[in-house]
Design a protein. Structure first.
Length: 348
């Protein structure tokens, strides 16, 4: 059998101490570039593989971070995860990823397995989590950070944005265009606090102008273009027709626009449609989608940096709020005067 290569062998061939090799593997940014390059060449030539268990025992760290995200079937979350992985990798950490598909019990099970594998920290998406998960995290005292949402109590560390304010921005913009008759296609709010906040922001902005958005005009659907089409079909089957439909994300909005086209309605001349997320395709569809930009890559980068700083013993602000921005494109326009008069007459 081929003799295994040891850390001391790498040190001897690279003409450095074993401590320098260990530092190059654990904290490469602390080693001079030319020394790091020489050590890496020796590692590649000898085929050295660090012994993870021994390293963890020596440092009391696994240099692994666990993240549990809602789904990989959505590019917006993938963008966050890509930035998260890149930032951790540059610091010498490995990302262990799990997806719960909006099932809180599955999320708790994944978190338990990550903790059993001795990850050094956790990144969780959103603020809605099972009491069992919180009890587990607090019992083992593992560092964690929430992302994609804000914990207004200040009790839990988070890197996020204000979904409520995003909803307010969209509703106000549409009202400034002259819309008074609204419907909304939202995600499943029972398991998604971000969509609950967007709905609440829209409703509060409308109510401030004396406009009601009853629950019958809010259709909840899973995130897919097909579900967006189904929701728009339900809206258009009702006796009244809105002049503007606010969709909880861009995926639902794309489906809603497709259904309008299928029924011979022009967007935005006959009906305005907006989204949230500002995904890459939002500017490429016809008409280009008016939406809200969320800083998805920055969320991943800053969440990783938050954990890395805490693991390094630094003081970190508990809450980091990133801005959202309304992106105005072609899918929303002032309602036709005839449509608006008809809508107001139907409202009685």
């Amino acid at each position: 059998m081929k003799k295994s290569v040891k850390l001391a062998d790498v040190a001897r061939h690279a003409r450095v101490s074993t401590a320098t090799v260990s530092r190059a593997l654990s904290h490469p940014h602390k080693v001079r570039p030319e020394t790091l390059e020489r050590i890496q060449r020796v590692i590649d030539r000898l085929g050295y593989v660090p012994h993870g268990t021994a390293r963890a025992l020596a440092t009391r760290r696994t240099y692994a971070i666990g993240a549990v995200m809602p789904t990989l079937d959505n590019a917006i979350f993938a963008n966050t995860t890509h930035a998260l992985q890149k930032t951790l990798d540059e610091a010498g950490y490995t990302l262990l990823l799990g997806c719960h598909e909006f099932d809180p019990k599955v999320e708790t099970r994944i978190v338990r397995k990550l903790i059993e594998r001795s990850v050094d920290g956790l990144i969780l998406f959103g603020t809605d989590h099972e009491p069992e998960l919180w009890a587990l995290v607090e019992r083992v005292q593992i560092p964690y950070v929430l992302t994609w949402a804000l914990d207004r109590s200040g009790q839990r560390p988070c890197v996020g944005f204000d979904s409520h304010e995003a909803g307010v921005q969209v509703a106000r913009y549409l009202m400034e265009l002259g819309h008074r008759r609204f419907a909304m296609i939202a995600g499943i709010t029972a398991t998604n606090e971000r969509h609950r906040a967007r709905v609440q922001g829209v409703r509060e902005a409308l109510e401030a102008r004396g406009i009601q958005l009853p629950t019958t005009r809010i259709i909840e659907k899973p995130f897919s273009p097909t579900a967006g089409r189904e929701a728009m079909r339900e809206i258009l089957r009702q006796r009244w027709r809105p002049t503007a439909v606010i969709c909880g994300n861009d995926v639902l909005a794309i489906g809603a626009i497709a259904e309008c086209h299928a029924q011979g309605l022009h967007v935005p001349n006959d009906i305005s449609v907006t989204g949230f997320d500002d995904m890459e395709f939002a500017s490429m569809v016809t008409p280009a989608l008016t939406t809200v930009h969320f800083p998805a890559p920055e969320l991943g980068q800053y969440a990783a940096e938050h954990l890395l700083r805490r693991l390094a013993g630094e003081e970190v602000p508990a809450v980091l709020q990133l801005p959202v921005e309304l992106i105005v494109r072609a899918s929303a326009a002032p309602p036709k005067p005839t449509l608006e008069r008809k809508a107001l007459a139907e409202m009685g």
